[in-house]
Write a protein that binds this ligand. Structure first.
Ligand code: ATP
Length: 349
């Protein structure tokens, strides 16, 4: 059991602020995903939770106990890194076994855990190999197995799936969540992959430039983004973001006009590709553009438009839709699904 609280945690490297006054509560048994672009402070935060790095200010609590100055070993956490450490002179089997060497578990329980981890990570064929005889992805899987068998109260995972091929990554996503739920372990999972975040997290903490932008369920983060940054970071194909002006109850950008209920001033209109349609280029109150490309995704297609200012816009269409590059079309957002962001980047009510 472990509930983790970060209170006003900060990390500075000289003058550089890697993590800025972070307040974060991770519920016992929760799968929390920390999502954000490279350099936003995810790994630094994870390392502070692990005890591999110490905050410049603030405190960290495990189940109400201040662990800020406690060593990693005493925190009962298991970490899986992007490039996790394996003992180079030990086979995969010995590496995994080494995780349980200092426990007093019965041999049958040790064997059960190892068998399960080996099956889950498809490590059977490489049990007798040394790390140097394996690919990066295989090493990653072995390191994950090594962490899993300990069944710790906290799993800390730093992009553990990033070096794997697409098929294995897909199956491991649900396997990891299933295992975590079965064990009731609290997990903090760092990634910059929004699909991983959306599919695995009970909640997602979106970080940007050392700050927590928003924390919420995948549904909240996707449907109620608090800022332009979150709106732009989640969703594939990405949300269309159109800069313009609110005046007289309408958002306007060039010929585009959308009725809105917000105070006048500069604003950005956000509309997801599934909430816009293509209209005749001459239609009033739409955004005129030219077809730039058509992407087939199988179940649907994406029309990429380019407006007169060179901005790319995306609209989801049926897979049977036909268009040629250079065709004229207009983007018509569905007003009931549009979002507005103010000049400060925050969502307007
Ligand atoms: P990535 O996805 O690329 O791993 P991240 O979000 O995990 O990125 P961090 O590794 O937490 O980012 O780094 C946050 C910032 O702190 C980065 O700008 C990084 O350059 C800086 N940083 C990290 N460690 C140090 C250090 N030891 N000394 C100085 N700066 C550091």
């Amino acid at each position: 059991m472990a509930k983790i609280d970060l209170r006003r945690v900060e990390k500075r490297y000289g003058d550089y602020v890697a993590v800025e006054t972070l307040d974060l509560s991770i519920v016992d048994g929760e799968f929390l995903v920390m999502l954000g672009p490279s350099g936003c402070g995810k790994t630094t935060t994870l390392n502070m939770i692990a005890g591999l790095d110490y905050p410049s200010a603030g405190e960290i609590f495990f189940d109400g106990q201040d662990v800020t100055a406690v060593t990693p070993h005493a925190r009962n956490v298991a970490m899986v890194f992007q490039s996790s450490l394996l003992y180079p002179h030990l086979t995969v089997r010995r590496n995994i076994e080494s995780s349980l060497r200092h426990t007093d578990l019965p041999a049958s329980e040790k064997a059960r855990r190892i068998t399960e981890a080996v099956r889950m990570l498809e490590l059977e064929p490489m049990l007798d190999k040394l790390p140097s005889q394996m690919s990066g992805g295989q090493r990653q899987r072995a390191a994950t197995a090594k962490a899993i068998v300990r069944e710790p109260s906290v799993f800390l995972l730093d992009e553990p799936l990033s070096a794997l091929d697409a098929a294995l990554r897909l199956s491991l996503r649900s396997e990891l969540v299933n295992l975590q739920k079965r064990l009731g372990t609290t997990a903090v999972f760092v990634t910059h992959d929004q699909v991983e975040a959306m599919t695995m997290g009970d909640r997602i903490a979106v970080m940007s430039r050392g700050r927590l932008e928003q924390i919420g369920t995948p549904d909240e983060i996707y449907n109620q983004p608090a800022s332009l940054f979150v709106a732009a970071f989640l969703g594939s194909p990405p949300m269309n973001l159109i800069a313009g002006e609110i005046a007289e109850g309408c958002f306007r950008a060039g010929r585009l006009s959308v009725p809105v209920e917000a105070a006048p001033g500069p604003a950005t209109l956000g509309v997801r590709p599934q909430h816009a349609r293509l209209a005749d280029v001459a239609s009033a109150e739409t955004l005129p553009a030219t077809v730039y490309a058509l992407e087939h995704l199988g179940r649907e297609s994406v029309v990429i438009l380019e407006d007169e200012a060179g901005m790319k816009l995306r609209v989801l269409v049926e897979p049977s839709f036909h268009a040629r590059v250079g065709d004229k079309a207009a983007l018509a957002p569905d007003p009931s699904f549009c979002m507005l962001f103010g000049a400060d980047g925050l969502r307007l009510p």
